[in-house]
Design a protein around this ligand. Structure first.
Ligand SMILES: [Ca+2]
Ligand SMILES: [Ca+2]
Length: 346
């Protein structure tokens, strides 16, 4: 009888732990980044098990923008610097994804450097065994290129504003077939309409940021974050490639903004970095229910792994990695340490 009681107690403790009420759910530091990676943002898990990370270094531009990668055992390895835009001299790597060709497709956001006049681009870093072998310019003329997702025969890129002066502000997603990348770069100041697949609006005077995080589930549904509306959108495509439905899967429910996202390839759950709320959330794609996995106060510094303006998540094994971009303003100071945080996946 006594041993039965002990077993029941143990079982109860295990259930509480699995439900997230027990210890061990708080974030910790996955990697302490050097000053040369002072503004971590976009992440993607490579087929080699490394997490590839964009470091545009907006916070301290005395360090060149670069891509680094985090090995399965937590070692940070340099991939390389990105060359500056020929007119602005700057590079602003944000979202990135691997194409079926094994090369890295990277959004170059020039707006974060103050160049709002169609200077942002889509780049392709030709990769060989984890090393770069040159950078190609594929698309020019974005205002605020942000997230990148390769799916099927195309690469998709979020444009966080289609018109910075409009209110409410339009934003959307562009699609480019890989087969289009031949010869000269595609110029969106001439070829926007034929590449824009979805467009929506953001009505928030405090956060004029629209389309942001981007990803696909196993069924081919496209998920997009509308940052300023703190919402997650889902689009379905017909057989002809045209969008046939547009749904708001979740809005608010504790989310104060929706920045980077990743879709779990097996469960379909959508994990979202909440920049404004200093939080990470999980959205059930069937019910739209939001579960906040972690949240802490603004201006935590990022000490001990606390979130410090998280802009992106990445899933690897049983862990959620979080990039703390730590941009200053609205209650946050840019401060050391510069970190990726990690949370248990649940
Ligand atoms: Ca901070
Ligand atoms: Ca910090």
């Amino acid at each position: 009888m006594k041993s039965n009681t002990i077993w029941w107690l143990l079982a109860a403790i295990m259930v509480i732990g699995a439900g997230g009420c027990g210890p061990g759910i708080e974030p910790r530091i996955a990697v302490l980044l050097p000053d040369a990676c002072n503004t971590p943002d976009g992440m993607v898990l490579g087929a080699d098990g490394f997490i590839y990370l964009s470091c545009p270094n907006f916070n301290d531009p005395s360090y060149a923008p670069r891509i680094v990668r985090l090995s399965p055992d937590g070692q940070l390895v340099d991939v390389g610097e990105l060359p500056g835009h020929p007119e602005t001299g700057k590079a602003g790597p944000l979202g990135l994804d691997f194409g079926p060709d094994g090369h890295l497709y990277v959004a170059d956001n020039q707006s974060m450097w103050g160049f709002h006049d169609h200077k942002s681009r889509l780049l392709r870093i030709r990769m060989n065994q984890g090393r770069p072998e040159g950078v190609e310019v594929l698309v020019t003329g974005f205002i605020q290129a942000n997230a990148v997702a390769c799916h099927g025969d195309s690469v998709y890129v979020t444009e966080s504003s289609l018109d910075l002066s409009a209110d409410p502000m339009p934003s959307g997603v562009y699609r480019f077939r890989f087969s289009e990348f031949q010869g000269e770069p595609i110029d969106l100041t001439r070829a926007a309409a034929e590449h824009l697949v979805v467009k929506f609006h953001t009505d928030n005077p405090d956060w004029r940021i629209g389309a942001n995080g981007l990803g696909f589930d196993e069924q081919g549904n496209m998920y997009v974050c509308n940052f300023g509306e703190a919402s997650l959108l889902r689009f379905r495509f017909g057989l002809d490639g045209n969008v046939v439905s547009h749904e708001v899967v979740a809005r608010g429910q504790g989310m104060e903004s929706t920045d980077g996202l990743k879709v779990h390839p097996r469960t379909g759950a959508v994990y979202i970095a909440d920049y404004v709320g200093n939080a990470v959330h999980k959205v059930d794609p069937r019910t739209g229910q939001v579960t906040t996995l972690w949240k802490n106060e603004t201006n935590s510094g990022g000490l001990g792994g606390l979130l410090d303006r998280p802009s992106e998540v990445c899933l690897r094994g049983n862990w959620i990695y979080v990039a703390n971009i730590d941009l200053p303003g609205q209650g946050n100071e840019y401060d050391a340490p510069h970190t990726l945080s990690v949370l248990p996946l649940r």
